[in-house]
Design a protein around this ligand. Structure first.
Ligand SMILES: [Zn+2]
Ligand SMILES: [Zn+2]
Length: 459
């Protein structure tokens, strides 16, 4: 056994101090660091100062082997603490181009140039600042309690999650050669819910995300002479309506799927029928089988509508972004969940699948190891109870990416301790060598579609 005592007891005594001999982890720095990071969010791929701040914090832990600049601003910290399993815990740290409207004294007033060269306000509207501070807190707990466990821990800080290229970037920059191969990977995300509730279940928890850009080629003409052209605007309207039938008519009623046409571009003038039109789709599925079916249906419908309209040129499809679903491994769930129940009691609950997407699975899939993803509620409990009683949760509680999204700092100890408990639970387990996850996504070839490593915004 490579952990002495239950993970919950170890974390409990690290946080509270177990007596004169046992040193307590001093986590008093967490709130200030959280507020500092919250004040200065940086856009995906441009997290220079945030990465520098994380690196500076890691300097306090001299036994951890720190590597910076992985795939941009990615960072790993590794503690080799004797024989035992290797456990990787990941936290993301990028902000969003959102203007904060929380009104707290530590609200962001930061702005940054975006990829198009525009100065935009930035905000930690997805709680990645809380993820970062929690990972550093868990690292401190693991550092303080190292006499109670053995094995290897990797804490990974990932940039550019919101545009779904950060994990890919770290993997293609050689992550697998830079750190020991983990037996298991762990991750959490904050979300609306009573502050401090820990949600964890096996199976699909976030959707896969497929971003497709389609160009439809008509024939331009004078707006007064539609008979001389093939109008791509009318064609696009037909395509958009017909695509709605994929989820409503082709997917079994009990299967989840989303096919959203999120962008349409066609024409610049009222007196010109344009040559072409462009649409962009975001598709979300838990099941790879139904994702593949939907992609085939999209191609079939678009091509058929183009033929029906009399187009001379085939439509073009560009697959801009592909992310796997987050599909929690049953085995890792069985190892971790009892310890969440022990540590958090009634606040340890089942997780409802989330329709958002995550690039976290890119990391365990690169190592070929199983993983677990859980979420933690961050809404002040009184605010949640009031909205729930009024039947107004969807209206009154800001979701992730909303200008009013703000984690209750009271949830910081929970996100910190859930990370530490989960890592210790995995250190206490005997992972079979070569234990491969039962995960259709790990080997998915995305139907042989051409992919680009630079994915579009998919979170
Ligand atoms: Zn997000
Ligand atoms: Zn996020």
């Amino acid at each position: 056994m490579s952990v002495s005592g239950s993970p919950s007891q170890i974390v409990q005594s690290a946080v509270n101090g177990a007596g004169q001999d046992a040193p307590a982890a001093d986590l008093s720095w967490q709130l200030d660091l959280y507020k500092d990071l919250h004040r200065r969010p940086e856009l995906s791929g441009a997290e220079r100062e945030t990465a520098a701040r994380i690196t500076a914090e890691l300097a306090r832990f001299s036994d951890w082997e720190v590597t910076t600049g992985i795939g941009g601003y990615g960072i790993t910290a590794v503690l080799r603490n004797g024989e035992g399993p290797t456990v990787l815990y990941r936290a993301d740290f990028d902000g969003l181009p959102v203007t904060e409207a929380t009104g707290v004294p530590y609200a962001s007033t930061h702005s940054q140039l975006n990829a198009d060269g525009q100065q935009v306000m930035t905000m930690h509207a997805c709680g990645h600042d809380a993820h970062t501070v929690s990972a550093l807190g868990a690292l401190e707990i693991l550092d303080t309690t190292r006499a109670d466990w053995s094995g290897t821990v990797i804490i990974l800080f990932q940039p550019a999650e919101e545009i779904a290229i950060g994990a890919h970037g770290m993997v293609t920059d050689g992550l697998c050669d830079l750190v020991p191969r983990p037996d298991v990977c762990l991750d959490q995300h904050v979300l609306p819910g009573p502050a401090g509730t820990v949600y964890c279940s096996p199976g699909p928890m976030t959707t896969s995300s497929t971003t497709i850009e389609i160009t439809l080629f008509g024939r331009g003409a004078h707006a007064s002479m539609p008979h001389r052209g093939v109008d791509p605007v009318v064609l696009t309207a037909a395509v958009v309506m017909k695509l709605q039938t994929i989820v409503s008519r082709e997917l079994p009623p009990n299967e989840f799927g989303v096919v959203t046409v999120a962008s349409i571009e066609a024409g610049k003038a009222s007196n010109v029928i344009p040559d072409s039109a462009k649409i962009a789709l975001s598709c979300r599925f838990y099941s790879e089988r139904w994702r593949l079916k939907a992609v085939e249906s999209i191609k079939r419908i678009v091509r058929a509508e183009a033929v029906a309209a009399g187009c001379e040129r085939e439509p073009e499809f560009r697959f801009l972004g592909l992310l796997a679903a987050t599909d929690n491994d049953d085995g890792v769930f069985a190892v971790v969940r009892p310890h969440f129940d022990e540590h958090f009691g009634a606040d340890s609950q089942d997780m409802e699948p989330w329709t958002a997407s995550e690039d976290f699975p890119v990391i365990p899939n690169a190592f070929g190891c199983p993983y677990l993803f859980w979420t933690v509620g961050i809404t002040p409990r009184r605010q949640w109870a009031r909205a729930e009683a009024a039947g107004r949760l969807d209206i009154d509680i800001p979701s992730n990416h909303n200008p009013g999204f703000l984690p209750d700092p009271a949830s910081l100890p929970v996100t910190t301790e859930s990370a530490a408990v989960a890592v210790l639970a995995c250190l206490a387990h005997q992972w079979l060598p070569g234990e491969l996850p039962d995960d259709e996504w790990a080997t998915a070839d995305w139907a042989g579609e051409p992919t680009q490593s630079a994915a579009a915004a998919t979170d």
